[in-house]
Design a binder for this molecule. Structure first.
Ligand code: COA
Length: 329
């Protein structure tokens, strides 16, 4: 059995936060943010709505468009670093909201690589014949974990969700072809949300120190992200006898347009092969790759039989690439 993508959708909140808005909140400016990151604006979800809200909207778009009843789903995986709560999983909330009565599921914590890890995981359940329909979602409400006084982080991230429906198919030559995924926990210190877990449970002290917010050593992450994504993408192309020009679309994690440009160049890709939408949404963590894929699909940038290469790098460090042959019209 092959695992093919039969639907893709996304949701971003209506409310925009522009670089000019941030200028009024923290010592930064539009010129710096644009030239250093490529970001012009990002979306922010209402305070009273959780990550699952965006995940449900993204999944519903696909179910409605494809006319698939929610109770036909076998499994729901939500890749997120900003779950609604510590327990139960965001997948449980999504399952209930969708009325997906036949589905089990779980959250997957893979930082910015979460969606790739989830897609790879889901593909295994389908290829073994165990499941027929899996909803794979990448969703993050980063505004919930940002310190809007920390200019190193608050200018970079935004809120959003994307999803794909993965289905089994007996097509010989379509769908998820290969993936190479990595985890190196020695990178944990460079990008994390230290508070609120079992090592530093919520306390007055963790709140005073803003330990429930994301913190990073941007320079170190930047360097590793370029090498990590470029190397693993080269490796997967070589393993599958492909070169840069064989790939119709490279859909990378949207962390920084300078990272994307550098990786694209290293892979020998032309700009028209590389999907970039970071200017509109910033880094939505697990949301970036499926949102970019969904927009590329809406803009008819790929057709059936095209090679699509996904790649991501993030907290862990966790990174990888996934190669697939597009199976939709
Ligand atoms: N606005 C204005 N100035 C800022 C700023 C901001 N938001 N943030 C940092 N600066 C200043 C710094 O203080 C520094 O000033 P100095 O030269 O006087 O010391 C200067 O700008 C350069 O900072 P630096 O950190 O060297 O910039 P950079 O080119 O490395 O870009 C990032 C910073 C964060 C944009 C970049 O490192 C990055 O994108 N890293 C990857 C992070 C990431 O993607 N993480 C998510 C997971 S993948």
């Amino acid at each position: 059995m092959r695992a093919i993508i039969t639907g893709v959708g996304h949701f971003v909140p209506d409310q925009k936060m522009t670089n000019e808005d941030l200028e009024r909140m923290v010592d930064t400016n539009d010129e710096w943010i644009t030239s250093r990151t490529g970001i012009k604006e990002r979306r922010v979800l209402e305070k009273d709505k959780p990550t699952s809200y965006m995940a449900v909207q993204a999944a519903k778009t696909i179910l409605d468009r494809n006319n698939v009843p929610a109770d036909e789903l076998d499994m729901i995986i939500v890749a997120t670093s900003t779950p609604d709560m510590m327990m139960p999983s965001t997948a449980a909330v999504v399952q209930n909201e969708l009325n997906a009565s036949g589905a089990w599921g779980f959250d997957l914590s893979g930082g910015c690589s979460g969606f790739l890890f989830a897609l790879a995981t889901a593909s295994q359940f389908i290829e073994t014949g165990r499941h027929q329909k899996v909803m794979v979602i990448g969703a993050d409400k980063m505004s919930a974990v940002l310190n809007y006084k920390d200019r190193d982080t608050c200018v970079i991230f935004g809120d959003g969700a994307g999803a794909v429906l993965l289905e089994s198919s007996d097509a010989k030559d379509a769908g998820i072809e290969d993936f190479i995924l990595h985890l190196d926990g020695s990178g944990a210190k460079y990008l994390n949300i230290p508070g609120g877990g079992s090592s530093q449970p919520a306390s007055y002290e963790t709140i005073d120190k803003k330990l429930h917010c994301i913190c990073q050593d941007g320079k170190t992450v930047f360097r590793h992200a370029i090498t990590g994504m470029a190397d693993v993408s080269s490796e997967i192309m070589k393993k599958n006898n492909l070169v840069g020009k064989d790939i119709r679309l490279f859909i990378p994690h949207q962390a920084n347009s300078r990272i994307i440009d550098a990786v694209g160049k290293k892979l020998g890709m032309n700009p028209d092969q590389v999907v970039i939408n970071i200017q509109n949404y910033g880094n939505t963590t697990a949301g970036t790759v499926p949102i970019a894929m969904s927009e590329a699909y809406q803009e008819k940038m790929m057709k059936q039989g095209d090679w699509i290469l996904l790649s991501a790098y993030g907290a862990g460090f966790a990174w990888g690439s996934l190669l697939l042959k597009w199976a939709m019209d």
